[in-house]
Write a protein that binds this ligand. Structure first.
Ligand code: GUN
Length: 302
């Protein structure tokens, strides 16, 4: 069997089209567009490239986008002041502070200072709580897990009653995707297991999975023998394993590898996401969706 490849780029394009249509409709009816501020402290190249992609996408969708770039020596107090400024800015619906922050800044303190109703990353404890409660309480599911759910659902994979095994217990992917998939409701209703570095027999758990979500940060961790034939495999890993010269630009670019040995896994799985081009494109897409949602909550039309 050769798996159906789940193309994140195609799902992204479809969702962005849906968002753009909604933005235009809201602009016409209410005379406002979603406002997103991206705060970047320092000059980390990976962060700059993420932030640039976020800005480009927001601008393409007709959002009011503010890029607030700060020097690496910005103090924690000044960053808290900036967050407060945007908390009180009526034109801003979403605040994103790009992580990681420089070492002298306590990222927990900063994330906790963001107004939970503008926390489009979904990292504030209030939004983590809302996600755990589920149902109507959920405002902003974290972007990568929300994107994973979209990939699964839009591929037509049945989630109700499915065995979902999540590899990794991070706050950004592992825990929230487990929470999302066990909710009551469409696109969820699954039986969920999380496995991690202290799990006794990781392979045996993975082998039971109808849907296997791997977010371990270990290149090629999952072998084909770990996969149930026909399973849906979602690879969240983005591991930089070397560099190469881009054929398009002639510049040095990273060689990326997922947490799943793609070439062998695709012969066993029913569905599989590639790296790159699978989960990656969904994160920014869902950030845009959360920012639009934030405006809709404000307008009372969500
Ligand atoms: N750094 C890498 N990914 C993310 C993300 O999704 N949100 C934020 N705020 N920072 C990141």
């Amino acid at each position: 069997m050769t798996a159906k490849i789940i193309k994140g780029t195609e799902v992204r394009d479809k969702i962005l089209e849906e968002i753009e249509a909604e933005v235009n409709e809201i602009k016409e009816k209410h005379g406002v567009v979603p406002g997103l501020v991206t705060i970047l402290v320092g000059e980390d190249p990976a962060s700059i490239s993420y932030v640039t992609a976020k800005i480009k996408t927001a601008q393409k969708l007709g959002f009011n986008e503010i890029q607030d770039s700060q020097q690496p020596d910005l103090s924690e107090a000044d960053l808290l002041g900036l967050v407060e400024k945007y908390n009180n800015d009526d034109s801003i619906n979403g605040i994103l502070v790009q992580l990681p922050l420089p070492k002298h800044i306590d990222d927990k303190k900063i994330l906790n200072a963001i107004d939970p109703d503008k926390d489009v990353d979904g990292f504030h404890p209030v939004n983590v709580g809302r996600l755990t409660i589920g149902g109507d309480e959920v405002k902003f599911p974290p972007c990568t897990p929300a994107g994973i759910q979209e990939l699964i659902v839009r591929s037509g994979v049945e989630t109700s009653g499915a065995e979902v095994v999540v590899v990794g217990r991070s706050n950004i992917v592992g825990k929230p995707i487990a929470n999302i998939m066990l909710q009551k409701g469409a696109g969820a209703n699954a039986t969920v297991t999380i496995v991690h570095t202290r799990t006794k027999d990781m392979a045996a758990h993975c082998k039971r999975a109808d849907i296997l979500v791997v977010a371990a940060g270990v290149p090629d961790l999952v072998k084909p023998e770990w996969i149930k034939p026909g399973a849906c495999v979602i690879d969240v890993g983005v591991n930089r394993v070397g560099e190469k010269i881009s054929e398009k630009t002639g510049k040095k670019i990273a060689i990326l590898k997922g947490d799943v040995d793609f070439e062998t896994a695709k012969e066993v799985a029913g569905y599989i996401t590639p790296v790159p081009g699978g989960v990656g494109p969904m994160t920014i897409t869902m950030l845009m969706k959360n920012t639009l949602k934030s405006l809709k909550f404000k307008l009372g039309i969500a």
